[in-house]
Write a protein that binds this ligand. Structure first.
Ligand SMILES: [Zn+2]
Ligand SMILES: [Zn+2]
Length: 536
C-alpha cells in the first residue's frame, strides 16, 4: 500500500502534502481479513496541517483506502479525470457519491496546495494517467515518480514525458523518490504495443472460444484484446463487474473508443464458438471473480469447454500463486488450453527495469535518490543501482521513516507511527492484535473446550462436556479423542486432593495442562484448550 507525506516548515507548524492513500489485499496468511489499510493516526492527529491529498493514479494500492479513510482527514482531494471518474464510479456503487468531494484537475496540471507547488508529469504505466509529481517548496524540489515505466508506444494514454523530465533536470531536482518494483530486473521493459501484437496473433489463430483475463484497470490491455477480437471478427463479451466499470469509465473519459461491438453475458451462449472473445476478471484466482466461477462450471451464463483457450494477460501477484495455480489446473482439467506470460509475450509489467531507472537518473540528475514502492530487497537494489550510476546521495527509508531532504544532506532523522490496520469484517484490528493470530493457531491445531461441574466436596456432579473444533476423531489406535480427553481430565482431577478442588482456577489449569499433554502424546499437536469449572 502506498501513502507518502511531504512536509514543509518548522516542526510544530509543519504543513503536509499527502501523496496517495492506498490499501493492500490480505492473503491466506491473514485468515478472515479482506483488505489491509494504512494506519493514519500520525497524520490524523495533525489533520489541520494537512494541506491536501493528491492521488497519482487509480490502482488500489494507491487510491483504494480513500473511501474508508478520507472521512477521518477531510482534506482537499485532487485527482486527474480518469482517476476521479473511477473513484466516483465506486462511490456511486456504494451509494456514497455525495460523501467525498473530489477536486478534478487536468493532466499536466500545476497547482498550489498550501506551501507546495505541484506539477503533474505524464508517466506511462499499466493504467491511464499515472502522474509523476514535481513538488517544490521555498526550500527545494522533489520529484515523486508515481508508478511508471518507459514505453514509447503505450497503446492507451500518454508516454512518459521525456522532454519535460529533461527540462526539470536542467532546472535542478534535489531528490528523486522513485518506484523500485522492478529494480532487480535488467534491461528495458517490452512495450505494450508488442503485447498487443502478440495477443492479436494468438486470438486470430484460436480455433474456438477465447477468454482473456487481465487486471480490470489495465485499459491498454483491454483495448489490445478488444482490437484483437475485432480483427479476428469476434464479438466481445465482458464478464465481471470491475471490468465493466473500467470499460465504461474509459469510454466516458476517452481512453477507449465507444464503437466496440460489446455484447452481454446473455448473448454469450448464442454465439458460435469461433465468434466470441470473453474479457474476464479473476486473473489472481479470486474465488468470487468471473474466471474462477467459469472454471468451476458454476457461472450462470458463461462457460468454456474442451478446445477453448484462456489467456492470462497478467502477472501473478506474490501470495496468489496457489489460487492462480488451482484456477489454471481446473481449466486444464476441462480441456481448456491455458496460455500465460511464460508461453508468449501476453503481459508486460508497468514498472521500470534497471535500464529505465538509469535513463530517468540521467534526465533528472537528482542530488539524492530515495527508493520507494517495493520490499526491502527491491529498495536496496535500486539504492545500489543509483550509487553505481554515480548518484552522490542515496537514502533508503523503511515504512515510517522521516527523511529530511533540505537543508541537506538528505538523511533519516526519525520515525513516525506507521503500520497496518486489518479490516476484520467491519472492525479495524491493529497489526499484532489477537484475533488473527488466534485464527492462525486454530487453523493449525483446532481447539478443545471442557466444561466441569464440581460439588463443594470436589466430586464431579454431571458428565463433563467436551467440545472439539478441528480435532481428528480417533487416535492411530482407533481410540476416540473424546475418550482420551475424558481420561486426561479424570487423571488430572485425581491428582488434586479434594479440599484443594474448591480452587476453580487451580483445577482448570491442571485439566488444561493434562489435556494438552495427552493430545500431544497421541497426535503430536497441542491444541489450545479452555476449561470452565463451575462449583455448586
Ligand atoms: Zn503501485
Ligand atoms: Zn500502479
Amino acid at each position: 500500500m502506498n501513502l507518502y507525506l511531504y512536509g514543509f516548515g518548522p516542526t510544530r507548524k509543519r504543513r503536509w502534502l499527502m501523496v496517495d492513500l492506498g490499501l493492500t489485499f490480505a492473503g491466506p496468511a491473514d485468515p478472515g481479513i479482506d483488505v489491509i489499510l494504512p494506519d493514519i493516526r500520525f497524520i490524523e492527529e495533525q489533520r489541520d496541517n494537512l494541506a491536501g491529498i493528491v492521488l497519482t493514479h487509480a490502482h488500489e494500492d494507491h487510491f483504494g483506502a480513500v473511501i474508508s479513510l478520507w472521512p477521518r482527514l477531510r482534506a482537499s482531494l485532487y485527482a486527474t479525470p480518469f482517476t476521479a471518474a473511477l473513484l466516483r464510479a465506486k462511490l456511486i456503487e456504494l451509494g456514497l457519491e455525495n460523501d467525498i468531494p473530489i477536486e478534478e484537475i487536468p493532466v499536466r496540471a500545476k497547482l498550489d496546495i498550501g506551501p507546495f507547488h505541484v506539477e503533474l508529469v505524464d508517466m506511462a504505466h499499466s493504467i491511464p494517467e499515472s502522474n509523476g509529481l514535481l513538488i517544490q517548496t521555498g526550500l527545494g524540489s522533489a520529484f515523486h515518480t508515481s508508478d511508471w515505466k518507459l514505453d514509447p508506444t503505450p497503446v492507451v494514454g500518454a508516454a512518459t514525458d521525456e522532454k519535460r523530465l529533461r527540462k526539470i533536470g536542467e532546472e535542478g531536482v534535489d531528490a528523486l523518490i522513485c518506484d523500485s518494483t522492478n529494480a532487480m530486473r535488467d534491461g528495458l521493459s517490452p512495450s505494450e504495443a508488442d503485447v498487443a501484437k502478440s495477443l492479436g496473433d494468438i486470438i486470430a489463430n484460436a480455433p474456438h472460444r477465447v477468454a482473456v483475463t487481465a487486471f480490470a484497470s489495465n485499459v491498454a490491455r483491454l483495448r489490445s484484446a478488444m482490437d484483437a477480437a475485432v480483427a479476428a471478427d469476434r464479438h466481445i463479451v465482458i464478464v465481471g463487474r470491475a471490468m465493466k466499470r473500467v470499460v465504461q469509465v474509459a469510454q466516458e473519459t476517452g481512453y477507449l473508443p465507444s464503437g466496440y461491438d460489446i455484447l452481454t453475458e446473455d448473448d454469450y451462449g448464442h454465439l458460435p464458438r469461433e465468434k466470441v472473445m470473453a474479457l474476464c476478471t479473476g486473473s489472481q484466482g479470486e474465488g468470487r471473480a468471473a474466471l474462477a466461477r467459469i472454471a468451476a462450471a458454476n457461472h450462470p451464463r458463461v462457460s468454456l469447454t474442451r478446445g477453448d483457450m484462456v489467456l492470462f494477460s497478467s502477472r501473478t501477484i506474490p501470495g496468489n500463486e496457489k489460487a492462480v495455480g488451482k484456477l489454471q489446473n481446473n481449466l486444464v482439467d476441462m480441456g481448456v488450453n491455458v496460455l500465460t506470460d511464460r508461453d508468449a509475450l501476453i503481459h508486460v509489467s508497468g514498472h521500470p527495469r534497471r535500464g529505465e531507472l538509469e535513463k530517468l537518473y540521467s534526465w533528472l540528475k537528482p542530488g539524492t535518490v530515495i527508493p520507494m514502492h517495493g520490499e526491502a530487497c527491491h529498495l536496496e537494489a535500486q539504492a545500489n543501482l543509483a550509487r553505481n550510476f554515480g548518484v552522490k546521495s542515496v537514502v533508503t527509508p523503511r515504512n515510517g521513516s522521516l527523511v529530511r531532504l533540505n537543508p541537506g544532506p538528505a538523511e533519516i532523522i526519525g520515525k513516525a507511527l506507521a503500520g497496518r490496520v486489518y479490516m476484520d469484517g467491519r472492525l479495524p484490528v491493529l497489526s499484532g492484535d489477537g484475533p488473527i493470530e488466534d485464527r492462525r493457531r486454530l487453523s493449525f491445531a483446532g481447539a478443545v473446550a471442557v466444561s466441569l461441574v464440581l460439588s463443594s466436596k470436589g466430586d464431579i456432579v454431571a458428565d463433563p462436556q467436551i467440545t472439539m473444533i478441528g480435532i481428528p476423531a480417533t487416535t492411530v489406535n482407533g481410540n476416540l479423542f473424546a475418550d482420551v480427553i475424558m481420561q486426561a481430565l479424570h487423571g488430572a482431577l485425581d491428582g488434586i486432593p479434594r479440599p484443594r478442588r474448591r480452587d476453580a482456577a487451580l483445577v482448570a489449569e491442571a485439566v488444561r495442562r493434562a489435556v494438552r499433554a495427552e493430545m500431544r502424546s497421541h497426535w503430536g499437536k497441542k491444541p489450545p484448550c479452555s476449561v470452565m469449572v463451575t462449583s455448586v
